[in-house]
Design a binder for this molecule. Structure first.
Ligand code: CP3
Length: 343
């Protein structure tokens, strides 16, 4: 039995698009909330393979998607490099900011794999339990996005701390990015060693970078990571998600060598078909808030997306993660629309 999701990434034609949803495991599911409570905290959940495997399976039991993403977070990399990290309910991630060369020098890659070993065990457990039809996606944050959290110490609407540091002292900021390239490459290679069948790199904040900075802090590090992974695994599919990059997507695709890209909700669909899907398979891009709203409007927009992308490689997804207020029935409604669609 071949996996539809992987066939599409290989450029093959399938009976219908594949689909999965970012944050398909998460707070909109009561069974997730129960498991998180049992684990103690979100981070405890990420580092407990038995629980992380369970929450990855939860959405699939309701509703079989064509792929499942490893349950973890992009910020386990800074944590494994020695930065303090906590997730505060209602506030998101909180880290002790890396805002000087001495704090940067205090980080160390020496214990990376030891710290991340529970995650490798999650990947291994998922690889043997997902079954014949569901592909396993491993992931990491791209260096720029991870750096924005490391430098600011929390999420921010404009990523001002990292952007300023990158302007004020690019050579020191480059050291941070280089460390992240090295750690992320070897982290992702280990995920493939343990059974990940495809990888996704999340660059959620690449939209805040002007053209030249996008080239330096998004494209170059991503290209380097892909080169490092492909030196070991030449055929592993890698999906890039330079969220908010707009017209910079075609260059990103050509210069990084990604297998496919995820697009965000703001992208005009016909432009994306003509300038992106003509280069690589496309993943996206329904508005998560429309999924939360549901009803006829959801059905109409889902069919519009399916029709626009029907002549090329398409993995149906959202433009960003499922939001916590989403009724699980809406996820079922959308899954059925995609599952019933035929080329
Ligand atoms: O199904 C999946 O997608 C699960 C795996 C996953 C999570 N985070 C779980 C999570 C993935 C792929 C991520 C990626 C991630 N994490 C990104 C990139 C994608 C994006 O959202 O832009 C980023 C920027 C992070 C960092 C992060 N993690 C933030 C800013 C937050 C707080 C905001 C929020 O949504 O609460 C998190 C927490 C987080 N990561 C949750 C989950 C399920 C919610 C935690 C909880 O249960 O309280």
């Amino acid at each position: 039995m071949s996996k539809r999701f992987l066939e599409i990434l290989k450029g093959k034609k399938t009976d219908r698009p594949a689909f999965w949803f970012m944050r398909q495991a998460g707070r909109y599911l009561p069974e997730y909330m129960e498991k998180r409570k049992e684990a103690g905290s979100f981070l405890d959940l990420c580092y407990n393979p038995e629980f992380a495997i369970e929450v990855t399976h939860q959405p699939l039991r309701r509703n079989k998607m064509d792929a499942a993403i490893l349950f973890s977070d992009i910020l386990v990399i800074p944590h494994a490099l020695g930065q303090d990290l906590a997730f505060q309910v209602g506030k998101g991630p909180v880290l002790t900011p890396i805002d000087s060369l001495s704090k940067l020098n205090a980080l160390s890659i020496d214990h990376l794999h030891e710290c991340l070993s529970p995650i490798y065990n999650t990947v291994k457990g998922l690889s043997s339990t997902l079954g014949q039809e569901t592909a396993l996606i491993g992931f990491a944050g791209a260096p720029w996005t991870v750096a924005t959290y490391m430098v600011q110490g929390h999420g921010s609407p404009d990523q001002a701390a990292a952007r300023s540091w990158a302007y004020n002292d690019p050579s020191v900021f480059q050291k941070l990015i280089d460390l992240l390239v090295e750690a992320t490459s070897s982290y992702l290679i280990r995920q493939v060693d343990h059974g990940a069948e495809a990888l996704q790199l999340f660059d959620s904040w690449s939209g805040s970078l002007p053209e030249k900075e996008f080239e330096r802090w998004c494209i170059h590090p991503t290209a380097k990571i892909i080169q490092n992974i492909r030196a070991i695994y030449p055929d592993i599919p890698i999906i890039g998600f330079p969220k908010g990059a707009g017209a910079k997507y075609p260059n990103f695709i050509k210069e990084t060598g990604v297998t496919a890209v995820s697009i965000d909700t703001s992208m005009p669909l016909e432009w994306a078909r003509d300038h992106i899907q003509s280069l690589v398979p496309i993943q996206g891009s329904l508005d998560p808030l429309l999924l939360a709203a549901g009803g006829d409007a959801l059905e109409k927009e889902a069919l519009r997306i399916l029709d626009i992308f029907k002549d090329g490689g398409h993995i149906f997804n959202l433009g960003h993660g499922i939001v916590p207020q989403t009724p699980p029935e809406h996820v079922e409604q959308l899954s059925k629309i995609i599952r019933d669609y035929r080329y």
